[in-house]
Design a protein around this ligand. Structure first.
Ligand SMILES: Cc1cc2nc3c(=O)[nH]c(=O)nc-3n(C[C@H](O)[C@H](O)[C@H](O)COP(=O)(O)OP(=O)(O)OC[C@H]3O[C@@H](n4cnc5c(N)ncnc54)[C@H](O)[C@@H]3O)c2cc1C
Length: 406
């Protein structure tokens, strides 16, 4: 099976890749001896959080995080190289970076819209992991229809007062900051009345309540705001520009499938590889399951689609190949990546057969039930950041020019 980096690379990149690979081999953390979350979306215990944070801090201290960000904000000013680190970490199966929302959603948005003071204040602690971020977009009545959010931010002198209710807030328990989409003017159209803020989670009046997922894991929260004071300079971008700023965040979120470091069974070439290993190990009617032509066909199909996704990702880095709608690739990647991850986990569970029904904590569960857990968690990937239906609507309307869905 092709490796994600076996095409001819410029010598400089190949050298950097070798350097990173050697560093990972010498520094990758060992088995923690407790269950790790499969992605940053499922971090539930302090123990997991600290283990993952220590890894992010170690990578940053070694100079392998923030490669694409400007040096004056804590980065390395070496655009294009973070991708190499991500690929190598995915290959090695190292843990992911726990501050993913800071690194991939909030950070790039602050880089784009932030004042000089905001960039200087917020960006370096995102890289170092000193300050964890969460995202306050969804509400009990506003998910797919994000522009209908009702959480309000009202002027109070030079400051703001926030009231409302956010939900599905990943990392809300650990976060020091929230990127917040709030209504600042209910008298204008729903898109124009929104603004985007950087809210301190330790402000008085913020209540974080944990929620449990169908996988049995935590990581989700709801966050309630009761007269929460927020400083005047918490506004990111212009007043009333919140929708545009939020779309920038979502474009990064939807296109960021490969950038969060390593990780386990989250889809991508490493998951297809793990599936192949499983198929070779499992026996059916006295022969390796991998000898079954129907199964081989299914796995080959998954591999081809994963490879197409990888090549699409490469294409996305060449503006001349993206046409006049660069966001189309990010949207397509999100749909394909998340649905592929679901299918990979589905085939793995079929391979494990009835044993796939044994779940985490059962001593007889194969591989500590990593595949059934990946299967349950994979549904979150087709929902978070905009559901597959919504992504298809956007692709249909804005890329293919089809009539609006309603
Ligand atoms: C793992 C995970 C992590 C998340 N983390 C965060 C987070 O950190 N911060 C945050 O703010 N949010 C987060 N979310 C919330 C996520 O953004 C929303 O769940 C998502 O946008 C869908 O909104 P909803 O759950 O309200 O579903 P709804 O909008 O109620 O949708 C229900 C169903 O109806 C379909 N549907 C709705 N409208 C249409 C339409 N116009 N056309 C066709 N189908 C439609 C949807 O596709 C879906 O199947 C997370 C979600 C998940 C699963």
């Amino acid at each position: 099976m092709a490796s994600p980096h076996d095409e001819t690379e410029p010598q400089e990149i190949a050298d950097f890749r070798s350097e990173v690979r050697a560093w990972i081999a010498a520094n990758a953390p060992g088995d923690p001896g407790f269950k790790l979350p499969q992605s940053f979306l499922e971090v539930e215990s302090q123990q997991q959080f600290e283990y993952l944070l220590a890894w992010q801090q170690k990578v940053y201290a070694a100079g392998y995080l923030g490669l694409d960000w400007p040096a004056e904000y804590g980065g390395k000013g070496r655009p294009g190289l973070q991708r190499i680190v991500s690929q190598e970490m995915g290959r090695a199966g190292t843990p992911f970076f726990v501050n993913t929302i800071g690194l991939q959603w909030a950070g790039p948005t602050i880089l784009h819209y932030g004042t000089e003071a905001q960039k200087k204040r917020y960006l370096e602690p995102i890289l170092s992991g000193a300050e964890i971020w969460c995202q306050g977009f969804s509400e009990p009545g506003s998910g797919s229809d994000l522009a209908s959010v009702t959480t309000s931010a009202v002027r109070s002198g030079d400051d703001w007062l926030v009231n409302g209710h956010k939900v599905w807030t990943t990392l809300g328990q650990q976060a020091k900051w929230m990127i917040l989409l709030a209504r600042t003017d209910p008298s204008v159209g729903k898109y124009d009345g929104l603004s985007y803020f950087l809210l301190p989670m330790d402000a008085p009046g913020v209540t974080v309540q944990p929620l449990v997922k169908m996988s049995g894991e935590g990581g989700f929260n709801q966050v309630i705001f009761e007269d929460v004071p927020m400083p005047g300079d918490a506004l990111l971008g212009e007043l009333g520009q919140g929708w545009q700023v939020a779309m920038t965040t979502l474009t990064h979120e939807r296109g960021a499938a490969e950038g969060s470091g390593g990780g386990q069974l989250g889809g991508g070439s490493e998951s297809v590889r793990a599936l192949v290993a499983l198929a070779k190990g499992v026996r059916r009617d006295g022969a390796p399951a991998a000898a079954d032509p129907v199964l081989r066909d299914r796995i080959a199909d998954l591999w081809i689609r994963e490879e197409a996704l990888r090549l699409g990702g490469l294409r996305g880095r060449v503006p001349a190949l993206c046409g006049d709608r660069p966001m189309a690739l990010a949207l397509m990647n999100k749909v394909v990546f998340s649905e592929l991850a679901q299918e990979i986990a589905d085939v793995a569970c079929q391979l494990e057969g009835p044993a796939a029904q044994l779940y985490v904590g059962d001593p007889d569960a194969p591989d500590h039930a990593e595949w059934p857990r990946a299967y349950l968690n994979s549904f979150g990937m087709t929902i978070g950041g905009g559901t597959s239906e919504i992504q298809r609507n956007i692709l249909g309307e804005r890329v293919l020019g089809l009539p609006k869905s309603k």
